[in-house]
Design a protein. Sequence first.
Lengths: 197, 542
Amino acid sequence: MGSPRTDNELFSLYLEGDAEAFRELFRRHARGLFNFAYRMLRNAALAEEVAQEAFTRVVRKPPDLSRGTKFSTYLYSVGRNLCIDELRKRRVRRHDPLDARRGADGEGRTLAERLAADGPGTDADAMNRELRERIDDALGRLPAEQREVFTLREFADLPFAEVAQAIGCSENTAKSRMRYALEKLRVLLVDLDPEAP
Amino acid sequence: MKRDESRCEPIRDLLAELIYGELDEPSERDVRRHIEDCPACRKELADLERIRAVMRSTPELELPAGLEARVMSEARQALPAGETAEPGSEPSGLRALLSRLFAPPALRPALAAALTVLLIAGIAWLLSERRGSVVERHLEKKTAEPVPSFEAPAAPPEEPLEEKRTTAPPPYPTPAAETTASMQVDEPTASEQPGDGIKHDKSPLRFEAEAKDSSGLHDLLASTATGKTKAGGDAPSPAEKPVEKKLAEIAADEDVGMSFGSVKGGAKPTSAANTGGDLDLSAGEAPTGTLGGYASTSVTKVPAKEPAAVDTAAAKSAPKPASPSAAPTPAMPSPGAAPPSPTYMQPAADMEDDEAIEAEEMKPSKGAGTSGKKSWKDKWADYKAKKKAEKKAKKTKKSKKKGKMAESVPAAAAQGPADVDETQDPFDAAMSKKKKKDYPGCISILSSLKKSPSSTTTSPAKVHHQLASCTASSGDAKKALVLYENLLAKHPSYARRHQAMMEAAELYAKLGDKKGARALLEKLLDVPKYEKKAKKKLEKLK
């Protein structure tokens, strides 16, 4: 049995008319992209919009992947730019205060309520929800540059080289941002026990 | 024991790569060796791994339902039509080959452009074919037209034609049948124009029909087409005159056979007439324009004029020939052409003139009497001219409407066109000037409006009031007061009379005429709206 097709191969197939190849690409990256956008924006509806728009842009204006650019890198860079646009719109690009995030989001819901509503379902485990809320809070405290690096590496599982490419910085800068992000998270999440459910 | 922090720093830089497994083997070995010896770094690594564990322990959000469907729909739409493959299949065979040839995105615009050009060319060809059939219809009609002024070749007798029909049934009406059709044009029947609409095989008849109006060369062409040599001529019989009259009447109805809409040869104008008009004309030029050139050598009256008429009309109305053969042939002038009769066709220059066009429009029946019946081309030219005149008249009417407004705007306003919108009511223009504190401009406009109240939709009283108000604002209190007094005297039922009274009272007070002010204010005491204000002012005056 042959090795699975690479993203770029699938995208080439799609450009030749095989729509199912694109479905495969979607299934590989949609969840990561959606979660990345969600961590960046902390709003599931906006994250969904970003994910859809990123895929749409990729198909409407297909990237030239002949120069070694990876499909995933391109997709995440589109998604990342969309997130930044969204953050700019909301003017919460940097250091948004925790209180503000916890406050009403226009619909008068708290962050916990939003998470419950945005999450996979109301049957989601309360502890998991609490844990996620803590993590989201901690991520929210990170500067956006560190947050995007951390999110792309941790949740989208992009190697540092691709993270750097996606956000348009050097690999060393990306690693450095990652280090600072981890240090900050270490402090913020010091009381969390990973063994707890 | 004091640790060397400088040794830890580069190691901590690598911890992130270590926990994500991106360190190369030698570096990882070095880092791990250091960590074994360094409790601080070991603690840091443990913390980082704990964070990762925490992160991994939180479930990721599930994809919202419907996102995949929406994205896939977009993805399919983005693919060129028909290029989507069946699920799980790959492009193969001819499609794969075609997609390899044409799928590169860079080629797609070019391909689309080429297809568009082909499509347009196809449509043009179809239209030209249709035009051809329409032209034939007109020419067929002409066979029935008596042309008393020249000797037309004799129409072949009915019998031989009938014979011809039996031997080789023509796909077109015979001249005899055509004559009948023309005579019965008011009551079109199905047999009148068999196969009307799109017929491409009428060329023999076309030659034959044209030959009737034309020269011996046409005869030759016609005889070649029909296989008969025609000799002699048919003088128009007296019985044909009523027919001609009838045709002249029908000529007034411009759409006889001129539009694609009148499929059955019906004389009723159709909505398609306008759209088909240009095309019909250009299509009609070819045969007549060309043959007319030949005709001019021997024909003295009608045919020689036709080319000129057609050229004129063609130059104006048919810039794009339907096909090379349909294009007017300026390279084939009619050297012996008789000068066109003044009543026959309006020269191109004159066509611009509305009056001339209108005059020409009045001529059709007259023209039919003087220079024979007007050809369909002339009718068409008239029709076009008529339409043009109507359009122009509409435009003029519109501009007159605008002009009426504009005229009323005084010179001051006209001098500043940047400020005054032509379509704006002059009163509004004045008000905008007032807003900008351009009181002289405002006063100027309002003064002229006061003189010619019909030039604005605003009531004269309001214009008067605003004029007074602007004058007061400009600092000329005395003049303003006069205007207010006039306003109150002239417009006793003015809705804002009380407001005007208050303003006038203020002006009186400003000018020191306490008596005048008091008189007005006392009147306002009876008006609930101004009662308080009037009281206050009266107290002030005291």
